[in-house]
Structures are given as structure tokens and as C-alpha cells.
Design a protein around this ligand. Structure first.
Ligand code: BTN
Length: 260
């Protein structure tokens, strides 16, 4: 029986913790995509911190044009409208800070040593993906007008489509006891708030050590596009350094695959 999100408790706790994100809360039992809803709302002027939550998405969006599938009521599907005071050039690095925030939240429930980040911002537990993040940003002149961060975090799901079963995991499979989606959401909002404040005050360099400590690609053979190389760490601008033959390549964005 899928557990119901406790919307009253979420709103009360966001106020009690004085979180800068998480309200107003827009909940849908079902929608096409919370990211699509949040992008539309952001373009219509939605305020910083507006949260879109759904129990089920009929057209969930993943990175690189993929779809994000999640059974009704089992996992967290959320999108936030953010209006950070940052130059447009920092859009790529805020993506990494947001991934770190989600990873921090996962460490509340899972052995922190088992939690990693696959550049740029997939959250892994013991080499399997537990959360995916899709950041969509809009720029007006040199400033970032808004960022929509969409997060899919697997909470209670224990069975996955055969095509991803070897690659995906959830808190139910990794945590000592399964938290409610309400608890997980509040943890994500708190951790993201901390990382966003840190990012606005000190940029990505202020959290680079934490990010590097979670980097699961470091020293591993990776595939990106049609090329292969060895990942060699993340720089202060959030780029992934890759050794390809005798050459160094810096990746700004995109998807990488760890070669098994
Ligand atoms: C990825 O491909 O890893 C990113 C997946 C992001 C999925 C989330 S679920 C909530 C939000 N709404 C969407 O349509 N996508 C994001």
C-alpha cells in the first residue's frame, strides 16, 4: 500500500525549520512532469522555493531526453523553482552543488561511506543509482533568471524494470529501516537549503572537498559520447577532467558511463 505524503506536516515543518525552499507547495496526485509544471510556473513568475510534488508522472523527464519511470506513490518526484543570485556562467556548477545536497540527504538514511555522486549529479549507493537530478535553467542577459531542479529519489520501490534492475536501488533496499517519503522530502529540502546557501556564499570551491570525497568516477575508465578515458577528478568550475591517451579533456556537461 503506497504511503501518503503528509502535506500538512511538510508545510508545518518547512515553516518550523524556517527553510527558504519548499513553499508554496503545489501537489498533484498525477501530472505529466513536475519539471514541466515548475518550468511553466517559473516562466509565469513563481517565487524562489516553490515546490512541485506528485505521486505519479505520466511523462517524467530524465537527463539527455530520457524518460523517468517511477511507480505511483512509492518514490519522491519533486521539482523546485530557484532564483539564485548567481551569474549565468555558474549554472553548470550549481548543478553539482544540488547533487551534493541530495547526496547529503541520502546519508541521513544510509551509511554515508556508501553514498557517491556520479558526475555531474547522479546519486549512487554502492554503485547503483538511487536518485537522478534534472536541472533546467533560464538566463536573462548575464544573470540566471531561474533554475528548475527536478529530483527523482527512489524510496520504497523494491522491484525495477529488468532494463535497469542491475543499476538502480532505493532507500528500502539500502537503509536500515525505510523512512517515509515525508521524512525523505524534509531531509532533501534541509540539505538543499544548506548547499544552496553555501553555494551563494562561497561558490562550488567551498564544497569541492565534499564533492571530491563522493566522486565515484575518479580513477575509473569512463565512456562519454564515442570516447573513452580515465576520470581524473572535478575542478572548481565543476568540470570533469578526463585523461584520454596523452591528452586532458575537460567535460562541461553531459553524461558519462563508468566502464564496468
Ligand atoms: C536523470 O535522468 O537522472 C534525472 C531524472 C530526474 C527525474 C525527476 S522526477 C521529478 C522531476 N520531474 C521530471 O519530469 N523529472 C524530474
Amino acid at each position: 500500500m503506497p504511503e501518503r505524503l503528509d502535506l500538512d506536516a511538510i508545510e508545518a515543518e518547512v515553516r518550523r525549520r524556517n527553510l527558504p525552499i519548499g513553499q508554496p507547495l503545489r501537489w498533484s496526485e498525477q501530472t505529466a512532469s513536475t519539471n514541466a509544471d515548475a518550468v511553466r510556473a517559473a516562466n509565469e513568475g513563481a517565487s524562489h522555493g516553490t515546490l512541485f510534488l506528485a505521486d505519479w508522472q505520466s511523462a517524467g523527464r530524465g537527463r539527455s531526453g530520457r524518460t523517468w519511470l517511477s511507480p505511483p506513490g512509492e518514490n519522491l518526484m519533486m521539482s523546485l523553482v530557484l532564483r539564485p543570485e548567481i551569474p549565468a556562467a555558474q549554472l553548470a556548477s550549481i548543478t553539482l552543488a544540488l547533487g551534493l545536497g541530495v547526496a547529503d540527504a541520502v546519508t541521513t538514511f544510509v551509511d554515508p561511506a556508501a553514498v557517491g555522486i556520479k558526475w555531474p549529479n547522479d546519486v549512487h549507493v554502492r554503485s547503483k543509482k538511487i536518485a537522478g537530478i534534472l536541472v533546467e535553467g533560464a538566463v536573462s542577459s548575464e544573470r540566471c533568471d531561474h533554475v528548475v531542479v527536478g529530483i527523482g529519489l527512489n524510496v520504497s520501490q523494491t522491484e525495477f524494470d529488468p532494463s535497469i534492475a542491475a543499476l538502480a536501488t532505493s532507500l528500502a533496499l539500502e537503509a536500515g529501516s525505510v523512512p517515509t517519503r515525508t521524512e525523505v522530502l524534509l531531509s532533501v529540502l534541509s540539505s538543499l537549503s544548506n548547499r544552496l546557501t553555501g553555494f551563494e556564499e562561497g561558490g562550488l570551491s567551498s564544497m569541492l572537498d565534499d564533492l571530491r570525497a563522493r566522486d565515484v568516477t575518479k580513477g575509473r575508465a569512463i565512456r562519454f559520447g564515442s570516447e573513452e578515458g580515465v576520470a581524473d577528478g572535478i575542478d572548481a568550475a565543476g568540470r570533469l577532467r578526463v585523461l584520454v591517451g596523452g591528452e586532458v579533456k575537460m567535460l562541461h556537461a553531459g553524461d558519462v558511463k563508468i566502464v564496468p
